[in-house]
Design a protein around this ligand. Structure first.
Ligand SMILES: NC(=O)c1ccc[n+]([C@@H]2O[C@H](COP(=O)([O-])OP(=O)(O)OC[C@H]3O[C@@H](n4cnc5c(N)ncnc54)[C@H](OP(=O)(O)O)[C@@H]3O)[C@@H](O)[C@H]2O)c1
Length: 250
């Protein structure tokens, strides 16, 4: 896809990976609409140039619907949707409150599905478009103390892969991104800072570059860093050994 002639809608544009993606797409010449909640952060993104911003709380179904029904039709047609907004929760399952579970499901699963449904008909009609879903390695492997987060990212990843197959031959592509550890506010916000010495967190700009490359080269599946394909393979092929390594690592 030619990014320079495209309009991109990026959620989570106020922080971390989404902000880096919005800036990278704008630098590549796209017209970018960035969604977030933090107004000062959105304003500073807008001032950096090339990005129009909209404040939307994607957890609130009424606000999401209002954006889809009232704001989206007034925006230029979306060629690229990057579903990046997301949040985690680090705690044993028994410590997850029902409202937190609903919140994670609403933000990490319902919102990207609803936004995809909203932009897809026009993409299909023009036979041009790409939906990028930022899942997580947690959604592929399942991570202890992040059970609900892992489940939401697993749901998003399966949705994304199923849609990729469903849209074959339509001119609309779907990319699923599986990042490992990225240096963002994500960890503070999930309720536990990242404290491991290894793997070292990567900068969000690295993930943004991978996303831009995936869009321009029509890649459907990106694991970043690439070596994370090893634990994915190990878990699928030798689950007993993987389980022992997981306990040792924990
Ligand atoms: N960091 C990692 O190690 C890592 C690894 C794998 C996958 N991921 C995924 O990458 C994505 C981006 O996370 P990040 O690391 O960049 O974290 P981040 O810096 O905390 O960014 C999260 C983004 O999501 C937005 N967001 C959160 N709740 C929202 C809501 N209710 N409505 C609208 N926007 C909302 C935030 O907007 P406001 O700040 O304006 O509220 C922010 O822009 C997430 O989906 C995350 O699961 C992260």
């Amino acid at each position: 896809m030619d990014i320079a002639s495209s309009t991109a809608l990026v959620t989570g544009a106020s922080s971390g990976i989404g902000r880096a993606v919005a800036m990278a797409l704008a630098e590549a010449g796209a017209r970018v609409i960035g969604i977030g909640r933090n107004l000062p952060a959105l304003r500073s993104l807008e001032e950096a140039g090339g990005v129009i911003v909209r404040q939307v709380d994607l957890e609130a179904s009424d606000e999401l619907q209002r954006f889809v029904q009232q704001s989206l039709p007034d925006l230029p047609s979306i060629d690229i949707l990057v579903n990046c907004a997301g949040a985690g929760r680090f705690a044993p399952l028994t410590d997850h409150h029902p409202e937190e579970i609903d919140r994670l499901l609403a933000l990490n699963v319902r919102a990207p599905i609803a936004l995809t449904q909203a932009v897809l008909p026009a993409m299909r009609q023009r036979r041009r478009g790409r939906v990028v879903n930022v899942a997580s390695i947690a959604g592929r492997l399942g991570v202890p103390n992040e059970t609900v987060y892992s489940a939401t990212k697993g749901a998003l990843a399966v949705f994304s892969r199923a849609l990729h197959a469903e849209l074959a031959g339509t001119g609309v592509g779907v990319t699923t991104i599986y990042p490992g550890v990225v240096e963002t506010a994500f960890f503070e916000r999930r309720g536990a800072p990242y404290q491991r010495g290894w793997p070292r967190p990567m900068p969000p700009e690295r993930v943004a570059r991978a996303i831009v490359l995936a869009i321009s080269s029509d890649r459907s599946d990106v694991v970043i860093p690439g070596w994370l394909r090893i634990p994915i393979w190990l878990q699928a092929t030798l689950p007993g050994l993987y389980g022992r390594l997981e306990r040792w690592f924990a």
